[in-house]
Design a binder for this molecule. Structure first.
Ligand code: SAM
Ligand code: SF4
Length: 329
């Protein structure tokens, strides 16, 4: 039975944050010292995640994405992938990762049933990458990209958050990655979560501006929307193998077609990335022995409180205290 929310959107997609821990410290995402971490006993176990996904699948969830923090720092990750892939109704298990550990894990994850990965890659210059991620090794990440392609975790998408005077001089080089390999570069607008100082300094570039800029350098052909393409506006550079896409979460938001719920690592099922208050606690009931029927009711409740839109442009003050790594990006 598919669930729809109060605005008649079909809820089919669940993003699951496996942890708030991370092996990088991206400057726009986390403070250098890291964040206050959730104690281990508060973090959902794999069995608990599977029960919540079973309830969701019963109500129409078809696709789950593992994220974090960094999902690959969770021990024995292929086991969870296998458990979720076996849930009746789940058609696709995907992951968003910084890929630092992916070269070692890609094959095993694919074997366990992982369908595809989104890899975050904000710079192609080793020094800048090191700086942005506060210590990340670009070579290891690029090896992770190779491993993902080799393992068939495709389509492999490379996500870059573009911030002026930070990495916007690399958008053309990033697009060139699509020339001879099936890589799908997606430029993401910076959202007011994490380091709000960058926002207050108006460090923001619209997807539409980037499209115009790239059109001056490359001949772009529009790619029609297909399954699994998500909310990106997608183009192909003439003759390229991969694609480039633009995600305008801020300048032209896609709340009207948002089909997702989010599960935090401490068990809150939230209906909107931008509203921490709109959530339902799943962990307490599940630890108190809630039945599948009761979990389904809670799922319905989370869908029922999904707002029509994020209304960020109408809020007087930005008030996000938590980082994307804590919310689950
Ligand atoms: N650690 C994994 C990774 O980096 O891919 C998964 C979690 S991370 C929070 C998920 C995505 O959120 C990354 O692509 C990251 O660049 C993005 N992100 C973090 N803070 C953001 C912000 N303020 N605006 C837009 N994207 C952001
Ligand atoms: Fe970690 Fe991902 Fe945040 Fe970077 S963006 S600090 S890799 S959670």
């Amino acid at each position: 039975m598919p669930i729809t929310d109060s605005y008649n959107r079909k809820i089919e997609y669940l993003r699951i944050s496996l942890t708030d821990r991370c092996n990088m410290r991206c400057t726009y995402c986390m403070p250098p010292e890291g964040v206050n971490l959730i104690p281990h006993y508060e973090v959902l176990h794999y069995g608990e995640i599977r029960e919540i996904v079973r309830a969701g699948a019963w109500l129409g969830i078809r696709s789950v994405r593992l994220t974090g923090g960094e999902p690959t720092v969770r021990r024995d990750l292929p086991r969870l992938v296998g458990m979720l892939k076996e849930v009746d109704g789940i058609e696709e298990v995907t992951m968003t990762t910084n890929a630092l550990l992916l070269s070692k894990l890609a094959k095993e994850l694919k074997g366990a049933g992982l369908d595809r990965v989104n890899i975050s890659l904000d710079s192609l210059r080793p020094d800048r990458f090191f700086e942005i991620t506060r210590g990340g090794d670009l070579r290891a990440v690029l090896e992770g990209v190779d491993a993902a392609l080799e393992a068939g975790l495709s389509p492999v998408k490379l996500n870059a958050v573009i911030i002026p005077e930070f990495n916007d001089d690399e958008v053309e080089d990033m697009a060139r990655l699509t020339f001879d390999r099936p890589l799908h570069v997606r430029y993401i607008e910076f959202m007011p979560i994490g380091d709000l100082r960058l926002h207050k300094e108006k460090k923001f570039i619209k997807a539409a501006e980037l499209i115009e800029r790239l059109k001056k350098v490359f001949e772009l052909e529009t790619v029609e929307k297909g399954a699994g393409m998500g909310p990106a506006k997608t183009f192909k550079i003439k003759g390229a193998i991969g694609t480039i896409g633009f995600i305008s979460s801020m300048s032209d938001h896609f709340c009207g077609s948002c089909n997702r719920l989010r599960l935090s690592s401490d068990g809150w099922l939230r209906s909107c990335l931008f509203n921490e208050k709109l959530g339902v606690d799943m962990k307490t009931p599940i630890r108190e022995g809630a039945s599948l029927e009761e979990l389904k009711e809670l799922f319905m409740k989370a869908a029922g409180i999904k707002p029509e839109g994020h209304e960020l442009d109408r809020r007087a003050e930005l008030d996000f205290e938590r980082t994307m790594s804590q919310i689950g990006g």
